[in-house]
Design a protein around this ligand. Structure first.
Ligand SMILES: *Cc1c(COP(=O)(O)O)cnc(C)c1O
Length: 370
């Protein structure tokens, strides 16, 4: 079956037999059991990240609603398993801690990355340290203690694309983590190119309506166990209501991505001919994001829009615009932003589902005045 069909049914295949139409939302934090002896041995297994498919024990170990979201996203990404977290950064933290736990704290990073991701690996807050490399120089940056290669493609905020298969090849035995937040499995499934770890800020397209935060890592079962073990011990769990909303978001993901991408492609093409636009970044793979370098004051464009929402984040049904240098990538130093190719003139647009002519007129009037 195609991704369009599975996006609607994955994680819900048992609902007909259960006799329900909407996914059951289980808000329990704890689960009663009369046999504590049996619970004890199950808890021992859970502590190592194992899931036995039995009744849940405690909300920090597992939750049935969240598991449905995990099952669905794993399937859409073509992976054995997925592990959900409270946010995209909680998901990334678990991967970075996993590298430390495995005695391989060194990370090779390919810039640009999301500002807080860049900050988290560069600052060493979790005990990692980083070598920045361009995609074609990754092989030379790998060391015996390298635990991860981290890449975004298309990357936030310049939409730079990387040949994932070539990168995986260059990384050799080191697992490549692809942050697939921008492409989503609708446009790209990194495991098909050999990537071992696929991360999402589910806050963005997977939720799709700007009203739920979450993160998720799709991977093989062995790595999932390590992530569950870390999640159990550190507590960055996804709330069940968030799991419910994210699973619901998946059902419209393919239609939303296609409609938003069609709008974005039209805007990207017209923007290349706009006198106030110096450069347009739009990836070959397509998608809902367009970045532009403007001739005038970028902050005036942000304050001049009336249909676009002037806000950070992306992947919502409404169009958003923001200035990475001031907001999403502000936590990086100016020199690091320069190194990552993030110009002060750059604006990042997340194109939504409004009528494309309304979006165009809105951008045009804001650009004219800037
Ligand atoms: C937003 C974002 C993150 C962080 O996700 P949160 O859900 O905000 O924690 C990570 N990577 C990319 C590419 C993002 O856009």
């Amino acid at each position: 079956m195609t991704l369009d069909t599975r996006a609607i049914h994955a994680g819900r295949d048992d609902l007909v037999d259960l006799g329900v139409h909407a996914v059951p939302l289980d808000l329990s934090t704890t689960y009663p059991a009369r046999d504590s002896g049996a619970e004890a041995s199950r808890l021992d297994a859970f502590a190592t990240g194992e899931l036995d498919g039995g009744l849940p024990i405690y909300g920090r170990v597992s939750n049935p609603t969240v598991e449905r979201f995990e099952t669905a996203l794993a399937e859409l990404e073509g992976c054995d398993a997925a592990v959900a977290f409270a946010s995209g950064m909680a998901a990334l933290s678990a991967c970075l801690l996993a590298a430390v736990t495995q005695g391989k704290p060194h990370v090779v990073g390919i810039r640009p990355l999301y500002g807080t991701t860049d900050h988290l690996v560069a600052s060493g807050l979790l005990g990692n340290f980083v070598t920045w490399a361009s995609a074609d120089l990754v092989a030379g940056a790998i060391r015996p203690d390298t635990g991860l290669v981290i890449v975004e493609s298309p990357a936030n905020p310049t939409l730079t694309e990387v040949d994932i298969a070539r990168l995986v090849d260059a990384a050799g035995d080191v697992p490549v983590l692809v942050d697939n937040t921008f492409a989503t499995p609708v446009l790209q499934r990194p495991v098909e190119y050999g990537a071992k770890i696929v991360l999402h800020s589910a806050t963005k397209f997977l939720g799709g309506h700007g009203d739920v935060m979450g993160g998720i890592v799709a991977c093989d079962e062995e790595y999932a166990r390590l992530l569950r073990q870390l999640r159990f011990a550190t507590g960055g769990v996804l709330h069940p209501l968030a799991g419910y909303l994210l699973l619901r978001g998946l059902s419209t993901l393919p239609v939303r991505i296609r409609a938003a991408s069609a709008n974005a492609a039209v805007l990207a093409e017209r923007l290349t001919r706009h006198p106030k636009v110096q450069r347009v970044h739009y990836p070959k793979i397509g998608g809902a994001l367009v970045s532009i370098e403007v001739a005038g004051d970028p902050l005036a464009v942000v304050s001049g829009v009336r249909v676009f929402t002037p806000a950070v984040s992306l992947g919502s049904v409404d169009s958003l615009i923001q200035h990475p240098g001031s907001l999403t990538h502000r936590i990086m130093t100016e020199a690091d932003r320069g190194d990552a190719g993030i110009s002060d003139q750059l604006l990042r647009l997340s194109v939504g589902l409004e009528d494309v002519e309304d979006l165009w007129h809105d951008l045009d009037q804001a650009l004219q005045k800037a």
